[in-house]
Design a binder for this molecule. Structure first.
Ligand SMILES: Nc1ncnc2c1ncn2[C@@H]1O[C@H](COP(=O)(O)OP(=O)(O)OP(=O)(O)O)[C@@H](O)[C@H]1O
Length: 560
């Protein structure tokens, strides 16, 4: 474009309006001022410019012609689908078993998971679903209980007709399908923000009985579409509402619950029967966050489509804080109050080239190292652990880089200050530590890193998009079982070094286990009770296999 934008001829509709205004001028009494105002508004350059912009945009959206008068049908956009994001997940599920066999499948599998592509799909869906338009509240239907409810809905036919086989979608903002068994014409999808959605009374699953007085039973979706294409102006639908009038404008938010919830115990829930009970760690699909205090939600994967109400994040945080004020325990770390309620999650697909590290965390003495040793022994070519650094001198039987990396105190202290260590500690005057780089080396070499950090600072650093770990809480059994199993193993002639426990040690392990579970359970992907060692190892092997092969829920930020 070389010239600056200039105003063209005033819009013909505007000229017509001006001339009508002038005609009625004499018939209006005492309205000189109003007339003058309207007249100058209609002739103002600003209004004319706005109308010109509006006309240009609507012309190009409708694919009629450009400013220069050339056809732009090639520029008009016809969405093939309004749900590409879900489609991409379906494709990922199909590709997952093929990715290890075929190079092309693997490549596509990685491409579809890239954050840029996922954002693009999400933006695409928002645009095609017109999810940016304001939503009108639902119109309540008052229906006699015994009667079959019939909805008469009138929609103005959209002028934004687009070519293509989904033409029904742009006409009224909904798609239809024929029920495979009954042949009934059903509403298959309501596009967010479209005419049907904005009406608030057309829902997915509604049965279409008549369109403009023409019964549609026995007709194919294409025949119904033809009726729509041929009708002018207002279109009247006779609909039988679906039994499950589930929300059509669903958010895609998934959260992991960090607490148990039982609506029957909740004094403040607006309707106990409408509440959705859940347990800590459940994955919930949040259908609506429109209400500041009560969200609508379903259990992930629950196809009954029943949604229920649950306390919103803001409400639950307030509840926990007020409970805390009344003496309940909340995790307090470095002066920050952590109030775990819900965590936004997304599915992370296994990446064979960069496997997720497995972190075993539990009270000292519960058996994290024993389990790590035994897991690595199952397949030493697959599972690896980090080699710690130490400032102590090497003993004759020790091998550099195998038992430890032996470095000077100065070196290790400098690296700690530079934040290069996940954790470190001093023992008998020597420093020991695990570097973050050593975990990355294992991940980048395609091995599964098995790590047993000791403190929560290391856990905090590990539980991040940088490492994407799968965290297993190794939980002590009851005091009595702990005592029995550990005392029995003392008599074993096993290969592992046998630690002698005192009664006090056992009590500390159980108590520390309880503290860790209460404070950090929202970090854990899984819990294994280390009672019988063989059983615990079996559970661990199964868990790790699952991490290597299944898409699992992780904090959203690890995927974006
Ligand atoms: N299920 C079990 N039954 C019997 N003995 C066990 C069991 N699990 C671990 N042990 C034994 O308990 C002792 C402590 O285990 P381990 O060294 O793995 O603890 P840890 O949690 O790694 O402790 P730390 O963090 O202090 O190193 C070892 O002697 C180990 O063989």
């Amino acid at each position: 474009m070389t010239s600056a934008m200039h105003l063209q001829q005033p819009d013909s509709n505007l000229l017509q309006l001006l001339s009508s205004l002038n005609k009625v001028k004499g018939t209006l009494s005492d309205s000189d001022e109003d007339f003058g105002f309207l007249n100058s508004l209609l002739q103002s350059r600003e209004l004319q410019a706005l109308i010109q912009v509006h006309n240009s945009i609507s012309k190009s959206i409708n694919g009629n012609e450009t400013d220069a008068g050339t056809p732009v049908s090639c520029l008009s956009i016809t969405p093939v689908s309004s749900n590409v994001e879900d489609l991409a997940y379906d494709v990922l599920d199909v590709l997952h078993p093929l990715a290890s066999k075929y190079r092309e499948a693997r490549e596509l599998y990685y491409i579809l998971q890239k954050p840029h592509f996922q954002s693009l799909f999400s933006a695409h869906d928002s645009i095609t679903q017109k999810d940016y338009l304001p939503r009108l509240p639902d119109i309540p239907l008052e229906v006699d209980e015994d009667e079959e409810a019939v909805k008469i809905v009138q929609l103005v036919k959209s002028s934004e007709q687009l070519p293509g086989k989904l033409a029904f979608e742009p006409i009224v903002g909904a798609t239809i399908k024929a029920d495979e068994k009954t042949g009934q014409i059903l509403i298959a999808r309501v596009m967010h923000g479209g005419a049907a959605d904005r009406s608030g009374v057309i829902h997915v699953g509604d049965e279409v009985h008549e369109v403009n007085g023409i019964p549609v039973h026995g007709k194919t979706p294409n025949e119904v579409l033809k009726i729509l294409q041929e009708s002018e102006g207002t279109i009247t639908f006779k609909l039988i509402p679906s039994e499950s009038k589930f929300q059509t404008r669903e958010s895609k938010v998934r959260v992991r619950a960090c607490f148990d919830y039982d609506p029957s115990d909740d004094q403040h829930i607006p309707c106990k029967e409408a509440g959705l009970p859940f347990k800590k760690h459940d994955i919930l699909h949040i259908v609506s966050q429109d209400d500041a205090y009560w969200w609508q939600s379903r259990h992930e994967g629950d196809n009954s489509m029943r949604s229920g109400i649950i306390p919103s994040k803001a409400l639950q945080e307030r509840r926990i804080l007020s409970e805390n004020a009344n003496g309940h325990e909340v995790s307090v770390d470095e002066g920050f109050l952590e109030v775990p309620t819900y965590e936004d999650v997304a599915r992370l697909y296994p990446q064979p080239r960069n496997p997720r590290p497995v972190v075993l965390f539990g009270p000292s003495g519960v058996g994290c190292n024993e389990l790590k040793r035994r897991l690595i022994a199952v397949d030493p070519d697959k599972y690896r652990t980090t080699v710690p650094y130490t400032s102590r001198p090497r003993k004759p039987h020790e091998v550099e880089g195998q038992d430890y990396f032996f470095v000077s105190r100065d070196q290790i202290e400098r690296q700690i200050l530079e934040g290069k260590f996940l954790e470190c500690g001093e023992y008998n005057g020597n420093i020991y530590g695990t570097s973050a780089a050593s975990v990355h080396e294992i991940i980048n070499s395609g091995h599964v890193a098995v790590i047993t950090p000791h403190d929560q600072q290391a856990m905090k650093r590990l539980r991040s998009a940088e490492f994407k770990p799968y965290i297993i809480f190794i939980k002590p059994p009851s005091l009595q079982v702990l005592r029995e199993t550990r005392n029995a193993s003392r008599m074993d002639d096993g290969i592992s070094p046998i630690r002698k426990f005192t009664e006090e040690d056992f009590t500390t392990i159980v108590e520390e286990g309880k503290r860790i579970e209460t404070t950090y359970s929202h970090w854990f992907d899984q819990t294994i009770v280390n009672e019988d060692l063989g059983e615990a190892v079996k559970e661990l092997v199964q868990a790790v296999h699952c991490v290597e092969t299944e898409p699992l829920w992780v904090p959203c930020s690890w995927v974006q």
